[in-house]
Design a protein around this ligand. Structure first.
Ligand code: BTN
Length: 246
């Protein structure tokens, strides 16, 4: 039974930035920070993460990657599986996972994951995992979001206890990360693939301003996306890439 140190803030710039600033010495393995509000919430690829007060869940966890940065690619997939576990087991909600780190319900985004790393590509490293999960979207914020979204109270048709949900997520994310540390991603591939949003679908992959079209064929045991281009599968590693349906 592991223990996570948990800090609860009411106002912060970004829970991810906060833990990143504490590296390398002022943070313990599994330490978690949640906040009611973020003035500078960050999404992937430099985008803003709209973070109204008291409405959603903004959570970050520090994780020491003992086995090295090569494991980092899998981390956001593992966290996606953990979030899906909790929603399924505790709230009977089925979600879909969009590589590398979005959580969807019926084609609308419910949550996003932002993994940030510090360290060399070889050897152990530091990792901060951020999760933003929509719970109760206020009208004013809804207008600012430029993609299809949903929130948990809409999907469940009832209110959600954010303290309870945070506790369940922190426990499950730590458990899955520990499993990943011991056994790698391979035993979780089926769990991920069962919920793969883009499986067998035509997509375009955006890398900077380069666009590649292909068909998604799941992921491999390093967490890379398998994209079939002209009949040949190629692994796509993370980084600044984005997948869109076509
Ligand atoms: C994405 O889908 O683009 C990732 C969104 C991640 C948002 C969370 S909210 C808690 C943590 N702090 C941040 O500034 N970002 C992450």
């Amino acid at each position: 039974n592991r223990k996570n140190l948990i800090e609860v803030h009411s106002i912060i710039d970004s829970t991810n930035s906060y833990l990143m600033r504490r590296l390398p010495n002022n943070v313990t393995h599994g330490q978690t920070c949640v906040s009611e509000f973020q003035s500078a919430g960050r999404g992937r690829r430099g985008k803003e993460w709209i973070s109204p007060f008291g409405s959603h869940l903004y959570l970050s966890m520090y994780w020491y990657l003992e086995q090295g940065m090569s494991a980092a690619m899998g981390i956001s997939l593992v966290v996606g599986i953990a979030v899906s576990d909790v929603l399924q087991q505790e709230y009977e909600l089925e979600v879909q996972l969009k590589w590398p780190n979005d959580i969807y319900v019926n084609g609308k985004k419910l949550a996003g994951i932002l993994v940030e790393l510090e360290g060399q590509s070889i050897g152990p490293g530091n990792c901060v995992i951020g999760l933003g999960l929509n719970i109760n979207m206020p009208k004013q914020s809804a207008d600012q979001i430029d993609q299809p979204w949903t929130d948990l109270s809409t999907e469940l048709n009832h209110d959600v206890d954010r303290n309870m949900l945070s506790a369940q997520l922190i426990a499950k994310i730590s458990e899955r990360l520990e499993q990943h540390h011991q056994f790698g991603l391979a035993p979780m591939l089926d769990d991920w693939q069962r919920q793969d949003f883009f499986y067998n679908k035509q997509v375009k992959l955006l890398t900077g301003n380069k666009e590649t079209r292909g068909i998604c064929k799941g992921i491999n045991s390093s967490g890379a996306l398998l994209l079939e281009v002209n009949g040949k599968q190629q692994p796509i590693y993370g980084g600044e890439v984005s997948l869109r349906g076509v």
